[in-house]
Write a protein that binds this ligand. Structure first.
Ligand code: B4P
Length: 193
């Protein structure tokens, strides 16, 4: 199996690049943002609670997202590997993911972090808010709160993988194809390792 984490702040291109990566490598895409939005669309109890946090730009509680990832891993026993997008976002989530994968006899092969300036993130998310209908993209204050959550709780997750020599970082500004090329080069290094 090949298991990859695509990492970066909100708006860094994780969702955008994930679509291209799953098409190329046949990995199963697990996006906690997408899973949460589908709970919201289904008006489930989990979705109603999650929406309150997401609309404020805050992270949803660890046990909620860990539970969703655990179910998704169980539901895809034949997968040749997973692409984790937007997960893990805290060290507790990273530790839980390691344990879940260990139980399945596998592990994370690499985390690739997309580097994008704060100014560019805000520009992209405001732009997406014009067409996406996503309530967390419309208000600049909420976007800034999401970036602050990333700085305070999520950026340390990169150090967690760095200690195991699994972290790589690439430039996340440029055209979508340029970034996709850089990602493929990095992935191929880790696939051969
Ligand atoms: P996510 O759905 O993960 O959303 P995101 O981080 O905002 O988006 P992403 O980074 O994938 O967007 P992309 O750059 O592709 O999270 C939403 C919320 O869910 C969180 O705030 C949190 O509340 C909750 N949540 C999710 N996972 C959680 C977890 N594990 N724990 C707790 N809470 C969790 O796209 C951005 C825009 O940039 C797009 O319009 C795109 O077209 C554009 N773009 C992309 N690449 C570009 C490029 N190279 N140049 C120009 N524009 C580009």
């Amino acid at each position: 199996m090949f298991n990859l984490i695509l990492f970066g702040p909100p708006g860094s291109g994780k969702g955008t690049q994930s679509e291209k990566l799953i098409a190329k490598y046949g990995l199963k895409h697990l996006s906690t943002g997408d899973l949460l939005r589908s709970e919201i669309a289904g008006h489930t109890a989990l979705g109603i609670e999650a929406k309150k946090m997401m609309d404020k730009g805050q992270l949803v509680p660890d046990e909620v997202v860990i539970g969703m990832i655990s179910s998704a891993l169980d539901a895809n026993p034949q997968s040749k590997g997973f692409l984790f997008d937007g997960f893990p976002r805290t060290v507790a989530q990273a530790e839980a993911l390691d344990e879940l994968l260990k139980q399945k006899g596998t592990q994370i092969n690499a985390m690739i972090s997309l580097l994008v300036s704060e100014e560019e993130l805000i520009k992209r998310l405001i732009n997406r808010g014009l067409t996406s209908g996503r309530s967390d993209d419309i208000n600049e204050e909420v976007i800034r709160a999401r970036i602050a959550e990333y700085r305070n709780k999520t950026s340390v997750v990169a150090d967690y993988y760095k200690q195991f020599d699994k972290l790589a970082a690439i430039e996340g500004e440029g055209t979508i194809d340029e970034i996709f090329d850089a990602l493929q080069k990095e992935i191929e290094v880790h696939m051969e390792a």
